[in-house]
Design a binder for this molecule. Structure first.
Ligand code: C2E
Ligand code: CA
Ligand code: CA
Length: 639
């Protein structure tokens, strides 16, 4: 054995080992099973087979003159080497196409040219024992290249150029990682080929390819940064990349955005976030409907499925299956729950043409108070309305347009005025009056809620300063706070600053906060409440009974008033069970030593129902709807 030969054997054995360990590693990691992953595995197997063949040839060749077996083994292995090796360039081309998101559904000419090229080159390799077109062995059994070898190199170059052209056309849709991975593999493999072409003896090509594939495995195939930790499906980043690729490659798709609309569930076990369990259960179900790699988690309790159809038919069938599934309960670890969902079905391109627009749509919460479950086509017009409302909010913040209405609250004992709740309204020339149920969720989504709540608080401070409300028996004015705002650092100082600058007595302001919060947030919220209470402000819990009350957290909070939601009162009027629920809630809240306000009082008979139950305050249309400031002042002055 000469030096070159033993070095070549070492390199090919090394290539074999590298490929085998990559195969094992890829299997253990359990990839998504996409076409790209399958082609990558095939590339590894082919390079491993090549390395195995090369090792056999290199090992037996020196003994070919002594042993007929050695001669055959070396020759058969060399033959198989070429049969396998010819598939490498087309496979690499196919791999790059997959990574770049190129499909051949519409590119027939290109598809057939590539297939014909493959058949020709493979035929040259397969028929070589009969033709000797690729290589031949002389009388001495020494190996010589024929013209076919050049043909195969030329074909490989064509595949490479085609692959690089895909790379450049989809350049923008690829992450730096993906570009680097492919270019690195191509450069290392080309360097190996050039060295090998220069010297038939030094077999570095396979080793170079094995190293290149390792790079691809680490850089491209490893998708840790594309996967959502909790659900194990793709994340928002992955969706952005893939949508980009579909749009650039002109692959029409249909997207189904599935949003769980059940309010946040609060866990009774502090160490467990039920919302994560909900997301896992729903993600598991959704991946039964489409391939795992076509399901994404785009945000909290919000998923997107991709369907490859130009029309929405298939997507709508899947959507109605999902709706049916949501009619049944879900197993969540050791409990069972009913969940609700809303689904948007969109074609891209079509109703949406850019990634930005698609994300805007996925992030949009479907219209409030709607029983509709599937939104497609014209249904998505609510997005147009949403954009208009968003503009109206921005406009009102800079040019005016918000107005604070007041809804009085009463003492049940003497039916005298107790205070009022400040409720914001939005006036817009085009939209008319917009109600908070519509614009508050939009403002919460885009972060403008902070400015709105500040405006309301300032208006309330002005009212308190201008009028001597306490003279007329008004105890306090209630101001709604958005939970997301409360949880921001520096919130307490911010609120304190506004009220102190206005020179208002802090106990005159009673903040309302809704009770649907996650267990984690309860702790932070409790700190905020404690700090604000220390300053002298009052605090109420709003909409009690609508969420999943965390009673222990509620008992620990320093609250002055619990506002029981109107739905509880209305249900109590209708059914016996509803009445029991109302009575029990009232008893429990009293045991926590907190006062109770009942909202939504509309009739005399409701007041009669409430009187014996020991509630403290009432609010509702029976007394007054929310009214503008001047009308509220008339009520205050008893006019
Ligand atoms: P909320 O805090 O629960 O306010 C009570 C809502 O119930 C008000 O709707 C009020 O008009 C309505 N309501 C009161 N009594 C009755 C009744 O007897 N029957 C019926 N059917 N409804 C009654 P509004 O003013 O449309 O406010 C809706 C929600 O918008 C509020 O619910 C609150 O969550 C939010 N909101 C209003 N103003 C603000 C604000 O300044 N800041 C924040 N963050 N949210 C606000
Ligand atoms: Ca309220
Ligand atoms: Ca309420």
């Amino acid at each position: 054995m000469n030096e070159f030969n033993s070095l070549s054997i070492s390199l090919t054995v090394a290539a074999l080992l590298v490929c085998l360990s990559n195969i094992v590693f890829t299997k253990v990691q359990g990839r998504m099973g996409k076409r790209q992953n399958r082609v990558f595995m095939l590339l590894l197997i082919i390079v491993a087979l090549n390395a195995a063949c090369n090792t056999v040839t290199a090992f037996y060749r020196p003994f070919r003159s002594y042993s007929i077996f050695a001669l055959y083994a070396a020759n058969v292995a060399r033959y198989l080497y070429f049969v396998f090796h010819t598939t490498l360039a087309p496979l690499f081309f196919f791999y790059v196409a997959s990574v770049c998101g190129v499909t051949f559904r519409t590119r027939f000419l290109r598809k057939y040219l590539m297939i014909i090229l493959f058949i020709i080159t493979e035929a040259i390799a397969v028929l070589n024992p009969l033709t000797g077109w690729l290589y031949y062995l002389d009388n001495n059994q020494d190996y010589h290249r024929s013209w076919g070898m050049i043909a195969i190199y030329v074909a490989s170059a064509i595949y490479l150029v085609m692959a690089l052209s895909y790379l450049t056309t989809t350049w923008k849709a690829l992450t730096v990682k993906r570009r680097t991975g492919i270019i690195m593999f191509a450069s290392i493999a080309i360097a190996g080929i050039i060295i090998q072409m220069a010297s038939t003896e030094l077999k570095v090509e396979l080793f170079a390819e094995a190293i290149g594939l390792t790079g691809i495995m680490i850089i491209i195939e490893n998708e840790d940064d594309r996967i959502d930790g909790n659900t194990g499906i793709y994340n928002r980043q992955a969706l952005i990349m893939d949508l980009n690729s579909y749009i650039i490659n002109k692959n029409p798709i249909c997207s189904l955005c599935v949003r769980i609309t059940t309010p946040d569930i609060i866990s009774h076990k502090a160490d467990m976030d039920i919302n994560e369990i909900v997301e896992r259960a729903v993600a598991d179900y959704l991946t039964q409907l489409v391939k795992r790699y076509h399901a994404y988690r785009v945000g909290p309790k919000n998923f997107v499925l991709i369907v490859f159809e130009d029309n929405t038919e298939k997507a709508l069938t899947i959507a109605s299956d999902i709706v049916k599934r949501f009619e049944k309960p879900w197993r969540l670890d050791d409990s069972v729950a009913l969940l609700s969902a809303a689904i948007q079905v969109t074609t891209i391109p079509g109703s949406v043409n850019t990634v930005k627009d698609a994300l805007y749509m996925f992030d949009s919460i479907p219209p409030f108070h709607s029983d509709k479950k599937i939104y497609s086509g014209r249904d998505l017009d609510y997005l147009v309305r949403k954009v208009a409302v968003e503009k109206a909010i921005t406009n009102a913040l800079s040019h005016g347009g918000f107005e604070v209405y007041y809804q009085p609250t009463y003492n049940i004992a003497d039916m005298k005025l107790h205070g009022a709740e400040a409720l914001v309204r939005l006036h817009n020339d085009e939209l008319g009056m917009v109600f908070p149920d519509e614009f508050i969720p939009i403002a919460e989504e885009n972060g403008l809620i902070d400015a709105i709540d500040d405006y309301v608080l300032l208006e309330v401070c002005k009212l308190i300063n201008e009028e001597e409300l306490s003279k007329y028996g008004v105890d306090c004015i209630n101001v709604n706070l958005s939970v997301s705002q409360c949880l921001k650092p520096g919130f307490v100082e911010h609120i304190k600053g506004i009220v102190e600058e206005a020179g208002v007595d802090k106990p005159f302001i009673n903040f309302e906060i809704t009770e649907s919060l996650s267990a984690f947030n309860y702790e932070i919220l409790n700190e905020v409440i404690t700090s604000l209470k220390k300053e002298g402000f009052k605090f109420s819990m709003d909409d009690y009974g609508t969420g999943y009350s965390n009673l222990r957290a509620l008992a620990n909070m320093d609250l002055d008033i619990i506002k029981i939601d109107k739905s509880i009162l209305w249900e109590a009027e209708k059914t016996d069970l509803g009445e029991i629920i109302l009575e029990n809630n009232i008893r429990m809240i009293h045991q926590m030593n907190k006062d109770i306000l009942i909202e939504g009082v509309e009739t005399e008979s409701q007041i009669e129902l409430l009187k014996p139950l020991g509630v403290n305050y009432l609010q509702g249309f029976y007394f007054s709807k929310p009214v503008p400031k001047d009308q509220f002042l008339k009520i205050v002055h008893g006019q």
